[in-house]
Design a protein. Sequence first.
Lengths: 246, 231
Amino acid sequence: MDMKSTNELQGTDHIHPSSLIRHPSLLKATFAIVQKDLAAEFRSFELVSAMLVFSLLVIIIFNFALELDVKVRQSVTAGVLWTTFAFAGTLGLNRSMATEKDRGCMDGLLLAPVDRSAIYFGKVISNLAFMLIVEAVVLPVYSVLYNVNLFRFDLLGVILLGSIGYVAVGTLLSAMSVQTRTREVLLPILLFPVAIPVLLAAVKASNGLLAGAEFAEVLIPLNILIVYDVVFIAVAFMVFDFVVEE
Amino acid sequence: MQSKSIALTILDVVSIILLAISTYLALFFAPTELIMGQVQRVFYFHIGTAWVGLLGFVLAAISGVIYLITKDMKWDRFEVAAVEVSTMFFFITIVLGSIWARPAWNTWWTWDPRLTTAAVTELIYIAYFMLRQGIDDPEKRARFGAVYTILGGVSAPITFMVIRLFRTIHPVIIGAANANQEKMSMTGDMKVAFFFALFAFTVIFIDLMWHRIRLGNLEEKVEQLKLKVSM
């Protein structure tokens, strides 16, 4: 019989049960959250489809609101695009955080033994993914409807940077607004003033690129976009803990 | 019931006197500007209130940070006072600027970068009050308020930097490096009125802040007494 003597078992005293549990790293936790959101979305498509239809309607409304003849179109394309993205983005941010709270997912995430910033980064990445999907559809539609070529790498870069900044602040503010009495109504009120630098710089950069301005001129708003993205991701990540704590 | 401290009463009197002197300096002592004429006198109070407004927003952001670190409600009361007083002063700045703009640029308002960011900054702090109104729990209200002042405090300078990088018709007095922007320089008497206005408004700001913080403290006391009575 192979029985362990007490001598052999003595060496195992120092193993504490909790050290046997592996806490997921920040990166793993973040991607788990992204996976969850994307998987849920790809099953029902309710968020992206709502954002998409809304964007297309906004573009149509702009057509009537602004009397876009060929000359005017050139100068307002950037503004119309970014207004559309901003409004659709607000929709996505609201719904994304609201479903999290209503279904109790947020409580579950808060109970998990991971750093809270994983929740922040996970939500930012999934919200960004939704916004980029919508933009990826809106850009070709706009190009076709208004006969403007929007498929330029530099413009896509500006749109990416602007979306990152917008979503970084928007995720934090939606986490706050969803906990207030006025809920979804409050998010645009909180978000738009703080996101003005992003929208301003993004529109100026987009305008510059579409109008064929020199790169040096476009570089200024581009730098502002990068600075804004870096600063606000850092600030939001530091402050997110205080917003979701119970 | 705590009666108003004597220091505060003295500060009230001093503030009123400084405001009166500043008014005299701005409206009578300072020479009339060559190009813009009498309307330029608005400038002294415009800059005074702008300085105080922006100072208050910065103080609010700092107070927000301290609250999040210490969780002491007195910093929340300081923050609310700072935002309230600054929102009011900054609104005065915008109105005075408008009054100056009408004769100078022939329009009450223009979407020039600096004016736009002033309007946006004011809206951030109005949104701050809407945020606070929507929360019943005082601890949550303090936390969220602190977070939003930090966001606003970071956003405002960035929007201000955006001003300097794009061409503007708004006069740039201090550090006008860009030749495209109107340059203005001040004569000696104007400088006296200008710096005195800055000083006077700083004192008025401190006075109003003190009053508002005192009001906040008294409100807190009332809440506590209400709880005691209801138990």
